[in-house]
Every structure is written in C-alpha cells, then in structure tokens.
Design a protein around this ligand. Structure first.
Ligand code: ZN
Ligand code: ZN
Ligand code: FE
Length: 758
C-alpha cells in the first residue's frame, strides 16, 4: 500500500549536500515526492510502500552527509498525492528563518583528487568545491542559502558547471559556489601595485617567493593571512617587525598531518581536532624550536590546509611549515576587503596573492586545545561560527552583546542560541565597527527586529557594549554580571539550565555587583534560580585599576601590600623596577587604588615575583609565562592557600613564593608550588561549598581556566572524590563565551514564554 509522509529536518541541513542526499536516497528506495529548503529547515514529502518509508527515515537519521547535523526530525503522515518522480523544489522564503547556516567546510578528499589530477577540468583550480565542502558562512549574504544570495552572485556558470549543478546524480548538484577555471573567479599575484602573475602561474610564483623568505598577504576564506617560511628566522623576524607584534605567538600551517606531528606533541584527541571539519589551530606542546614563532612559549599553534589554494601552495613547493597569521597590525581586526587589505598591509607584505571571490564577512581561524578535560575552544570562529551551541527554550528573541574584551555575540531565535565568530577587543575602532556589523548581520539574517528583542549586556557601566545596548531600541534591556555569565555559559552549553552547581569564575577582570573589580568568584545556584555569590578571593588593592593589567609589578604592589615582613623587592633576586615603588605610594595615599578579587592579577603578582617585571605585550602574557615556567618544574610541595569564611586567602601563597625566591629556590619549582597551592585552595573551596549547598558539580569558567596545568592539578586533587568538574566545551572559557551565558541568564523573566523541551 502506498502511503505518504511529510518530514521536517532542522539543524545544520542547508549548504551541506542535504537535498541531493535526500534526492538520491529517495531514488534508490523508489520513493516519489519532493524536497525543499524552507526557512525552518529542509522539508520532504515522500510517498511509497510503508516499508520503504521506514528505510528512508532510518537512512536519513543514521547516515546523513558528513557535515550535516540534524537537530530534530519531525514526521507526520500526509495525503498521498500520486507524484510520479522525486524532485528538488525551489527554495521558499519565509519569515524568521531558524535554519542553521553551515560554517565553512574544508576541501573534501574527492575535490582534492580532482585538484591534483591533470586530466580533470578543475586541475589546479583554487575555487573548486562540492556539496560536501567549500565556503558557506563566509560567502552568505542572506537566507535561504542559494547562489544569488552569496558572493558568487556575479559569476555566471558555464554550461559544464550548470549541468553539474542541475544533475541530481552529480556531487555538485546544487553546490551553490560551484565554479571552474572557465567560468569562476581566480587568484592573481600582485607586487608593487602591479599585477605580475595571473591565472595558473600566480600560486607557483607565490610559493617561490615564500621559499625565498618573502612575506605574502594571502586572501583566504574569512580574511587575509600573512604568510612566511616558519623555518626561516629572518622571515619570521621581519614579519614581527612589520606587523608590530613583539611576542604574541604566530599560528602555523603545516603541509600535512605528518609534518604537524613533527612540530607538536599530539595525542589522538589532538589529531582528531586537527583533522576535524572545523580545521582549527590546535595548541599543543612544541617538539621543535622555531626561532621567533612563539617566544617564551612551550606550545605551538598548528593548523592543516583547509582551502584549495593552501593545498596548491604546498603542492607548488611552498615551505612545508608556514607562519599563517591574521593579516593586520597588532590588535586590529583581520583584513578581509581587498582595498582595505592593500592599504593596511602595504608596508608589511612583499606581495599579495588575491582571490577574486569576495568575502561576505570576517571570520578568523579558530583556536582549540585537546585539554585535560577534553577539547576546549579558545577562539571560536571559522569552521564553528555561526553554529547553534545550545537550546535556550524561549520564544522571545534575545540578543546578548558579550564583554568588551574578546567580544562575541549571541542571538537566540526560535529557542536556538547562535554564537557569532570571535570579534575582538571593542576598544579598537575597527573592531567596534566589526561588532556593529555582526549585530546587523546576524539579526538581518535571522530577520529579528531589535525593537522586539530582549537585549542583554554586561553590568559594567563603561563598557562600549553597554553603551551600545542602551542606544538600541529594545523591548527590554537586562544587565548581567560578568562572572555569573561565565558560569552560566558552561551550564547553557550542556542544556543544564536547572542544574544546581557551585560555579567558579576566575579571570582577569569583570565589574562586580559592588562596583569592585572581580575575578575570583564562587557562586551557588542554577541558571533558572540565579547564581548567588557565596565566596571569593580575598580582596586586595589594585593601584591603577584595570590599567594595572599591563604591568605585573603594579598588580604585585597591590597584592603584596597585604603582606608583612617583605624583603626589599627592588634588590636582587627580585629587581622590581621603579614602577613598583610608585604603585605602593598610590596605595598608601589611597589614590587611584581599587579593591579587587581578580585571580588574573594574582597570577601577575606571582609572575612578577619570579622575574616577569616588564610590561606585557598581549593580554594574559604574564599568566601564560608563569604556567610555562611551572610546567618545567618538579612537583614539589604545594604552597598554602587556605579557604575559610567564604574567602580564599592569597597571603600565605604569595608569602611562600617570596620566601622561596629569596632563598634562591628554583623558579620553575616555585611556579609549580604556586599552581599546586592555588589548585589546593580551589579544591578546598569547591568541596566545602558543594557540601554546604548540597550539590555535586562544580562549573569552572573564566580566562584563568585556560591554564591547563591548573586544571590538571585541580582534577588530580578531586580525582577520588564525588564532585564532577564541568568546563566549557563549545564556547571559550574566556570572555568569548560571555554572551552565551548572558543569554541563558536572561531566560525566565516575568512574561517570558518558555518553549517546551525538545
Ligand atoms: Zn568537495
Ligand atoms: Zn564552469
Ligand atoms: Fe571574563
């Protein structure tokens, strides 16, 4: 008997070869009907024998295309229409699309074979792609995902490409960016403002220049990279100099997995991450020394080629390890528009390898680590954005604006939380513009009217994102305290909105309920009932306020002013510069001195005591330096860091560091003792608070928990206990995850219409 079913698949189902897959499956099973992309996902009408319908459903859920993620599949019986075939219908446009936009995908194995096959018509073609691979988010101008709404709109398909595009049996069937050397965009090389090589010679010529130690600006998927030979110290040095980047590590691109294995120590989880469809930069311990690439850092960040032009560069003899850093100066955002790139990179790059396909929006490379508690995302961008990371069951659109550092935003539509790509530090004017663009971009794409949305922002009255929120015509505005948002981000990711936990939020800085600079906070509660602050790091003085983040000795002056019996720190082995004395004077006079419970600044103080007495050249540098130092130390006894009366007391911890250093102990060992001591203090606090509040789970978040060594020490201490440790997996533990937590804490206000659980 012939029966009919209507199926609706939501999730990542557009731009991932889903409709062609459905088409082929229906044909195989002899089913008739249609499939189309709707605003809420893919809709399918199939009719045929009941048994075949069952097979169809099973194949759909068990063997979807690799990059597809079906979040929900609705199935209802429908009326038999008597179709005499199966067809792919044109997309329909609907209000409030909640379909998920696919992140950009790395070039697939079959396309790579064509790329290297001299007999193939796409041999050596830098813009080849298919339904399984290629650009998505970085070329999308609007929804639904169809060629006229992508940056490929200006290229008309040649007859061969058009045939593939229209042939349901072809693997390029409805591949929106389909192109070939005859009809599509190409790459060219420009030097000194003149186009020197176009067509097939551009990439080999670029590879030759890289071999010679030159610096190239190379247009990629979501922006320009600056590339140079990583094994050529003078190329690396000149890149640092021209880019005004003193010490911050450069990312590397390795020719293949074999080459990557020789650069960094990878465990199986790390290799899975490196070769995953996200193709992130993976941080791991270095096996080799590459002068100038990552000064004072025992880790290297490595990614694999992901776009066809990367493979072509390596295939044409480019050095097998390239520095591949975002093309910008210092902390500017990555350049992605051609004119802007030419202007901003003129003094940096010796030549430009420019692809003609425009980039719709800036998307940086993502950064991950195969960490102690599983894979951690430290910068969420290309390959991840703009994926939905959580279900937040509200019918109300929510726009959460994040924090001013490492900004990313979250838009909640139809109960799905979409997290934007990493945007950056809003104090940079270009980054602030990118922030505004991203708000416009995401809300336009999901057709959210801001006047109807709830806007969530940080509690900090002077954040630029707060001022932006105030100027928006919102239905309602909510301020969420920074560290509560950190904790909530962990819970939101896991859909554990009612889960009661002890939350630990440790970071550099965030505006507290009392206006103080917080950053070592313990909470109890849940997302729905709210998070109550129940303990914190003992409050210290911070001369100079947030500006102290640049000078570890300034933080040291604040924290050490709580200690008695200090030796002369201007003398060896400490050798503190004069800034320390000045900062002490500020504290004594009570001038520009603020209370703080920041663990980030405590790390700075310890780093200063062990020799990091200069200015930091990037955020978090001193803490990373201290972690690296400790990693080289033996596991000596932990220093004391007692927890009592709702306070974690740093004084004995720092005093132990001072005494050990004065006694001439090994610095690495002292750094280790500091980490182990702090871990012990956190353990004691978590155990006591879990018992007090009757919970068995601690949620850790905040930039401090990017510290692998600290996490491992805490884990080791809690190993035999009955407390679960939760950390971020989908969004960064740093401020890149704040917006998700903000959105979660905006749920459940009076009048909020909660959707039923899926
Ligand atoms: Zn492909
Ligand atoms: Zn063509
Ligand atoms: Fe933070």
């Amino acid at each position: 008997m012939v029966r009919a079913q209507l199926l609706r698949a939501s999730g990542v189902v557009q731009g991932v070869g889903f409709r062609p897959f459905v088409f082929r499956l229906a044909q195989q099973l002899g089913l008739n009907g249609w499939v189309l992309n709707g605003g809420e996902g893919v809709q399918i009408h199939v009719e045929g024998p009941e048994e075949a319908l069952g097979d169809f459903r099973r194949e759909l859920t068990e063997r979807p295309p690799e990059a597809a993620r079906i979040a929900a599949l609705e199935v209802v019986w429908a009326q038999v229409r008597g179709f005499d075939g199966f067809e792919i219908r044109t997309s329909e446009r609907r209000d409030h699309p909640t379909v998920r936009i696919s992140p950009d995908l790395p070039v697939c194995a079959r396309c790579l074979d064509e790329l290297a096959d001299p007999a193939d018509r796409r041999f050596g073609y830098a813009y080849l792609n298919c339904t399984d691979c290629g650009p998505r988010y970085s070329i999308i101008l609007g929804l639904p995902y169809d060629r006229p709404l992508t940056t490929m709109q200006d290229w008309v398909m040649c007859p061969d490409c058009a045939r593939e595009y229209a042939d349901p049996g072809d693997r390029r069937f409805h591949a929106q960016p389909v192109a070939c050397p005859r009809c599509g965009p190409g790459y060219r090389l420009t030097r000194d403002g003149r186009e020197s090589d176009g067509g097939a010679s551009a990439i080999p010529e670029a590879a030759r220049m890289l071999r010679e130690g030159r610096i190239l600006a190379i247009k990629g998927l979501g922006g320009y990279h600056l590339a140079g030979d990583a094994r050529n110290p003078s190329a690396v040095a000149s890149l640092r100099e021209r880019k005004f980047r003193k010490e911050k590590p450069f990312a590397l691109m390795a020719r293949d997995l074999e080459t990557a294995r020789a650069l960094i120590r990878l465990d199986p989880a790390g290799e899975r991450l490196l070769t995953s469809v996200h193709r992130p930069i993976v941080l791991a311990p270095a096996r080799v020394e590459l002068p100038g690439v990552a000064p004072d850092n025992a880790d290297l960040g490595v990614m694999l080629p992901y776009a066809p032009h990367h493979h072509l560069l390596f295939g044409s003899g480019a050095p097998e390890v390239l520095v591949m850093t975002s093309a910008n100066r210092a902390s500017e955002p990555i350049a992605f528009r051609d004119g802007d790139a030419r202007e901003r990179l003129a003094g940096i790059a010796d030549a430009f390898l420019v692809g003609e396909r425009p980039i719709a929006r800036r998307v940086d490379d993502s950064v991950c680590r195969a960490g102690a508690l599983g894979p951690a995302v430290l910068r969420r961008a290309r390959g991840y954005a703009p994926g939905a990371v959580a279900r937040l069951p509200t019918a109300q659109p929510i726009l959460a604006l994040g924090a001013d550092l490492k900004n990313a935003i979250t838009l909640v539509v139809g109960g799905e939380a979409f997290v934007s790509q990493h945007i950056g530090d809003l104090e940079q004017y270009e980054v602030y513009q990118a922030f505004e663009e991203t708000v416009r971009d995401l809300t336009a794409m999901y057709q959210v009217d801001l006047a109807e949305a709830v806007i969530v922002h940080d509690l900090h009255p002077e954040y630029l994102s707060t001022a932006y929120a105030r100027a928006l015509p919102a239905r309602e505005r909510i301020a969420i305290q920074h560290h509560r948002a950190h904790v909530a981000s962990v819970l939101a990711e896991r859909g554990a909105l009612k889960k009661r936990v002890v939350g630990v939020a440790f970071d550099g800085t965030g505006y507290g309920d009392d206006g103080a600079i917080w950053g070592g906070e313990f909470f109890a509660g849940s997302v729905v009932e709210g998070l109550r602050r129940v303990a914190h790091l003992r409050v210290a003085a911070l001369p100079g306020g947030d500006a102290a983040a640049r000078y570890p000795v300034q933080a040291a002056a604040g924290f050490l002013s709580a200690l008695d019996g200090l030796p002369d720190l201007s003398a060896p082995p400490f050798g503190f510069p004069r800034r320390y004395g000045h900062a002490r004077q500020l504290i004594e006079r009570g001038v520009r001195t603020f209370p703080t419970s920041s663990v980030g600044r405590l790390f700075d103080a310890a780093a200063a005591l062990l020799g990091f007495t200069r200015e930091v050249s990037y955020e978090g540098q001193a803490a990373i330096w201290l972690e690296q130092l400790a990693g080289a130390g033996s596991r000596g006894a932990p220093y004391p860091c007692p927890f009592a009366g709702g306070e974690l007391d740093f004084r004995p911890l720092l005093m132990a560091v001072v005494e050990a250093r004065a006694a001439g102990r090994d610095r690495a060992e002292i750094a280790r003792g500091f980490h182990r001591g702090l871990a012990g203090g956190i353990r004691d606090a978590v155990v006591a608070l879990c018992e007090e509040h009757g919970v068995d789970t601690a949620a850790l978040s905040g930039g401090v928990f990017q510290n692998e060594l600290l996490l491992r020490e805490i884990m080791a201490l809690l190993d035999s206990g009955s407390i679960d440790l939760w950390t971020n997996r989908e969004v960064p533990p740093n401020d890149g995850g704040i917006s998700l937590g903000q959105a979660a804490l905006a749920l459940g206000r009076p009048g909020d219409v909660l959707l039923a659980a899926p």
